[in-house]
Design a protein around this ligand. Structure first.
Ligand SMILES: Cc1cc2nc3c(=O)[nH]c(=O)nc-3n(C[C@H](O)[C@H](O)[C@H](O)COP(=O)(O)OP(=O)(O)OC[C@H]3O[C@@H](n4cnc5c(N)ncnc54)[C@H](O)[C@@H]3O)c2cc1C
Length: 591
């Protein structure tokens, strides 16, 4: 039985077709929603607790953390009808991640979001320094200096050897970033964002996925989607339903985290030459105490291995060391994990973000890895749904992103072992004004000077990941090593295109199109017409970009470079490919 009714749609009333049916029969996929999207789950077809409405969409995203929200924006920008559901009634003011790394900011720039993220995040003039100290009111044992965003931008502007990202990092708290991404997603006509809607279960067949979801009022509905993506975090119900295991080290350490509001601390930070502005303050004690400035500079979080949550107030006061008035807004416990999913999906259902990989936040590779998943998956879903992507396109998602997840779990382990190593130098005599006390302090500072850097200097892991063995990239044998700490610019197939400034002051990245881009570099006269028509024959979006600047040609090392929508190199050469039809088929996932 089909009925037509009104449901709320992005704040306005819209008429959509809603098919009500008997439970158990799944209608064939169709794309006939009147307003081009699925509709909200607020309607009620009858008075019973369970309604059997099939709401249709192209992609169902489960979980509106930063990864699900980024995926929704990416898909919405490509015009893909997307329904994003989130079980929480609204975004929460809970601290988790606070730093978008350079690659995430480059991705946000391509999404038109970098300026907004910076405006919402930490001021550009605040240094990102890291301290190790006995308390904030004592001379630091170690002070690692890291540039503010403004300083990093100036460094980037002055550098043109490809070694730096186009965008530096940005400190923005997760509770600021999520509402920003939510509002971006909600403005996209093909995206519906539905909070207060919990995913319960799913089944899939050859044509699509059927998911049961429950509203806050307890009404159960069904969503029919061509594809579904579980962005539902570490405890992922989607992953469990697919029978996919996480492997690695779980529950390594439990810490309490508290969030404080303290208006005066930022202006009064007594450390160093004062006010010792910075980002992280590690307290050299026996409880792994660690104070983090959040984006407002008025909010702070503290992590410590205390026994009871009530101890977190005294722990904060000890770490700060001078009397300040503050409010403790939240205390909760979290676990450190180093885990990777065996698979990144099954059939028409994919996993992205923490549902597929869990890292220790040392190195900041949690959300940032998930944003990379979203970007990779978004254009592959769009290409498949729009008909130019072949079967290997979506199959390549797991091959490409699981290796990055694996490497980043390793990078996080490497960084957290470094942290553990310098912390293991703590001795109870560390505060004593004695020779032994001084030796403990010196020893801890010396080892922290090496080991703490592992957490804060991960540019290789951030920028240097290269997809190896992907079916949609023309592999060249060999390839540069993957380094966590060092980034060496390369156009080796699978790598991200290094950032270069052009003579007119624009970055190459801003000239790269939304689809595939064939870059013609230097003074090449190569005839690429056959390749262009091979791509056209596949209906794959292709821009041709001619860049005559010698600096770009010299750095990239090739006359012709073919990029895909996420700016990773799929092929390079000095002459047009011998078999352009085969190349076009391979990179679009048809061979
Ligand atoms: C203390 C701390 C500091 C961190 N610092 C950093 C950092 O600086 N940089 C960094 O990159 N990462 C950091 N991380 C990690 C980062 O927070 C996570 O990697 C990130 O939140 C993962 O995003 P996600 O969207 O995959 O999952 P989540 O943020 O966990 O979001 C999943 C969402 O799915 C929803 N959901 C779950 N089940 C269902 C269901 N059945 N139906 C509907 N919705 C559902 C949840 O409510 C949630 O909103 C930190 C983590 C912690 C704990």
């Amino acid at each position: 039985m089909a009925s037509r009714r009104q449901v709320m749609s992005r704040g306005s009333m819209a008429v959509v077709d809603v098919k009500c049916r008997e439970r158990g029969t799944v209608p064939a996929w169709r794309t006939g929603c009147q307003d081009g999207f699925a509709g909200r789950l607020t309607g009620s077809a009858n008075n019973s607790d369970t309604i059997h409405c099939v709401l249709q969409t192209e992609v169902l995203i489960i979980g509106a953390g930063p990864v699900g929200l980024t995926l929704a924006v990416e898909l919405g920008r490509k015009g893909i009808r997307t329904l994003l559901i989130e079980k929480k009634p609204a975004p929460e003011f809970l601290p988790k991640m606070e730093r978008c790394n350079a690659r995430t900011m480059e991705i946000f720039r391509r999404m038109g979001l970098a300026t907004k993220v910076r405006a919402a995040g930490l001021r550009a003039d605040v240094p990102m320094d890291v301290y190790v100290a006995l308390a904030m009111n004592e001379p630091p044992l170690l002070h690692l200096k890291y540039p503010s965003v403004a300083e990093a931008q100036a460094d980037i502007a002055a550098c043109n050897n490809g070694s730096m990202p186009l965008e530096p990092y940005q400190l923005i708290s997760q509770y600021t970033l999520e509402p920003l991404l939510k509002s971006e997603a909600e403005q996209l006509p093909s995206v519906t964002v539905q909070y207060g809607c919990e995913f319960l279960s799913l089944s899939q067949d050859d044509d699509g996925v059927t998911a049961s979801v429950q509203s806050e009022q307890g009404r159960v509905s069904e969503v029919r989607a061509q594809y579904a993506v579980g962005c539902d975090g570490g405890g992922s119900s989607v992953r469990k339903q697919l029978g996919i295991q996480l492997r690695g080290e779980g529950d390594i350490l439990r810490l309490y985290q508290a969030l404080y509001y303290c208006r005066e601390l930022f202006d009064r930070i007594p450390i160093g030459d004062g006010p010792g502005h910075g980002r992280h303050y590690h307290i050299a004690d026996g409880q792994a105490t660690f104070l983090i400035m959040q984006d407002s500079t008025r909010h702070w979080t503290l992590h410590a291995t205390v026994e009871r949550p009530e101890e977190m107030a005294a722990q904060f006061e000890r770490a700060v060391g001078v009397p300040v008035s503050y409010e403790m807004l939240y205390v909760g416990q979290w676990k450190q994990n180093l885990l990777l999913a065996d698979r990144y999906g099954s059939g028409r259902v994919f996993l992205a973000g923490d549902s597929a990989h869990l890292v220790i936040p040392t190195g900041g590779l949690g959300m940032n890895t998930g944003v990379g998943d979203s970007t990779d998956l978004s254009w592959k879903l769009a290409g498949t749904l729009r008909g130019w992507g072949g079967p290997q396109l979506l199959a390549s998602y797991e091959i490409e992103r699981r290796q990055v997840g694996d490497r980043n779990v390793g990078a996080s382990r490497y960084a957290s072992l470094g942290r553990r190593k310098w912390r293991s130098q703590y001795r109870p005599n560390i505060r004593e004004r004695s020779i032994e006390g001084q030796q403990t302090r010196d020893n801890l500072a010396r080892i922290a000077d090496v080991e703490q850097r592992k957490t804060n200097e991960m540019i290789g892991a951030e920028l240097g990941y290269r997809y190896v063995g992907s079916p949609v990239i023309v592999d060249e044998p060999g390839g540069p090593e993957h380094l966590f700490r060092e980034y060496v610019p390369t156009t080796w197939p699978g790598a991200r295109l290094p950032h270069v400034w052009l003579d007119d002051g624009t970055p190459v990245q801003d000239r790269v199109g939304e689809g595939y881009t064939l870059m013609r570099l230097g003074s090449t006269s190569a005839d690429t017409a056959m390749l262009e028509s091979a791509m056209r024959a596949r209906n794959a979006p292709l821009d041709v970009l001619t860049i005559t600047d010698t600096v770009a040609r010299d750095l990239y090392g090739y006359d012709l470079i073919l990029l895909r929508p996420d700016m990773h190199v799929v092929w390079r050469g000095h002459r047009p490919p011998g078999d352009p039809g085969h190349l076009a088929a391979l990179i679009t996932g048809h061979s």
